[in-house]
Design a protein around this ligand. Structure first.
Ligand SMILES: O=C(O)[C@H]1O[C@H](OP(=O)(O)OP(=O)(O)OC[C@H]2O[C@@H](n3ccc(=O)[nH]c3=O)[C@H](O)[C@@H]2O)[C@H](O)[C@@H](O)[C@@H]1O
Length: 438
């Protein structure tokens, strides 16, 4: 009997030394057949028990890693009403408008870019997984803001290729503004897997879906000034070396730029990478220094300010969000069409990388002084030697390429931008006293 074959095969396998000494009478044979079955069942249940144990254990360990939190998250989507919302949100309302899928739409830059696109009549659909890297209630508040402007944010992960393909089935997006990422330089030491999950696997998934979409969209995505790493030539130009990342975060962004090259080369995807320089402003990210310095100064808590070797200045080319948004929109507007169809390249396609910075680095000590003045509270400063945590001592953007190709021209200095941030912060966190900055 064919069913017996695997068993007899198992029987011939000398897994226990005594097995082959047994009598081969039919009765004994049946007994042996039953005992093998019982053994199989026994080991099967032990195996099942072990799987169950590890499964439950991974749930109960606290706190769960960011990666596990992400992968456990399920999104609810689909159905005619959902598709209608998707279509309505992505509908273009101006002549020659774009139809843009914005990933990371409930993030800091994603919210501002989505709102700006919608305001000028482009079709916008958001996608965000609402992970809890920082307070998700802030992301929900941004979502509510977008909802009021007519942007629907679908809850889902960029690694979910079924969802992404579905979105492209429903809407023929002309552009993808890919901003979903695991951000933060220092957190990469705590949760490296989350960077691989979002910035490597997630990006590949987005590129895979875009390459097979018909028509292929043009892609603009967020790289980072951190790719310059240990580069000491200032200001940082797109032509400078970027092969010495100082953090895993930077390494994943650099890897993203290389993968962009590959997808452009093989599939004809039009891709533009934007190296953002320390973006700040209203609705910002609570994991960034200007944000948690504000919170801690107001609470009377001490703040650690990093300094370089020999008390060297640590400085950043802080860039205001409105300037970044202009750079993002200009990148979308100047993006050429992808050239592939059916997953095949038909001709050379555009591949670009731009610095989007402010061109005027400011020491972190000066940032703190501005905050003190705006908040009318003296900070309790603790000067600390910069820990080896992925930080670099300074950043400074050369923006001449973005100026000539995109017409990018940042106009907001740190004092002006922080004033707007502080106004937003006080208003957002003081309203009814319920919210807290974490
Ligand atoms: O430009 C970029 O590409 C990057 O900008 C920021 O990274 P970073 O410039 O390190 O911004 P913050 O984390 O806000 O730090 C700003 C400055 O404050 C300093 N710092 C930070 C934390 C702290 O406790 N003390 C302190 O002095 C840092 O060394 C840095 O010089 C973002 O967090 C990254 O996601 C982004 O990719």
């Amino acid at each position: 009997m064919s069913q017996l074959k695997p068993i007899s095969h198992l029987d011939n396998n000398p897994s226990t030394p005594g097995k082959f000494k047994m009598d081969k009478s039919p009765y004994i044979h049946r007994l042996r057949w039953h005992s093998s079955l019982a053994k199989l069942a026994f080991w099967f249940f032990i195996f099942l028990g072990l799987i169950l144990f590890f499964f439950l254990h991974s749930f109960s360990s606290s706190p769960p890693s960011d990666l596990s939190r992400r992968s456990l998250r399920t999104s609810i989507w689909g159905g005619p009403a959902w598709e209608k919302r998707v279509r309505t949100s992505a509908r273009v309302r101006s002549r020659n408008g774009l139809s843009v899928l914005v990933t990371g739409a409930a993030g800091f830059v994603g919210t501002h870019v989505s709102a700006a696109l919608k305001r000028r009549g482009d079709g916008v659909l958001g996608l965000d997984n609402f992970n809890d890297y920082y307070d998700p209630s802030l992301k929900r508040a941004r979502q509510a803001l977008l909802d009021r402007t007519g942007v629907f944010v679908v809850e889902g992960d960029i690694n979910d290729s079924v969802l992404l393909r579905k979105l492209f089935d429903v809407v023929a997006f002309t552009h993808v503004m890919h901003l979903a990422a695991q951000a933060g330089v220092r957190y990469a030491m705590q949760n490296p897997g989350s960077y691989v999950h979002s910035n490597i696997a997630g990006l590949v998934n987005v590129l895979e879906v875009c390459k097979s979409a018909n028509p292929q969209p043009s892609i603009v995505w967020a790289s980072s000034s951190s790719v310059y790493g240990l580069n000491s030539k200032v200001p940082f130009s797109e032509r400078d070396r970027t092969d010495q990342p100082a953090s895993l975060y930077a390494a994943t962004k650099k890897a993203g730029e290389e993968m962009a090259h590959t997808y452009n080369h093989i599939y004809g995807l039009s891709i533009t990478g934007l190296r953002f320089f320390t973006v700040y402003g209203p609705w910002g990210r609570p994991d960034m220094a200007y944000f948690f310095f504000t919170k801690d100064i107001l609470k009377g808590k001490s703040i650690s300010i990093f300094e370089g070797p020999d008390h060297g200045t640590v400085a950043r080319d802080f860039t205001y969000i409105d300037d970044i948004v202009k750079g993002c929109l200009a990148s979308l507007d100047t993006a050429e069409k992808s050239t592939g169809t059916g997953g095949k390249k038909k001709g050379p396609a555009q591949l670009r990388v731009f610095n989007l910075g402010n061109t005027s680095p400011v020491p972190v000590t000066k940032l703190v002084s501005i905050l003190e003045r705006l908040l009318k509270v003296k900070a309790n400063r603790i000067m600390l030697k910069m820990p080896r945590n992925g930080d670099v001592q300074f950043t400074h953007a050369n923006i001449s390429l973005a100026q000539s190709e995109l017409g990018y021209n940042p106009t907001t200095d740190l004092q002006t931008g922080l004033k707007k941030f502080v106004r937003w912060y006080l208003n957002y966190y003081s309203s009814n006293g319920k919210k807290s900055a974490g």
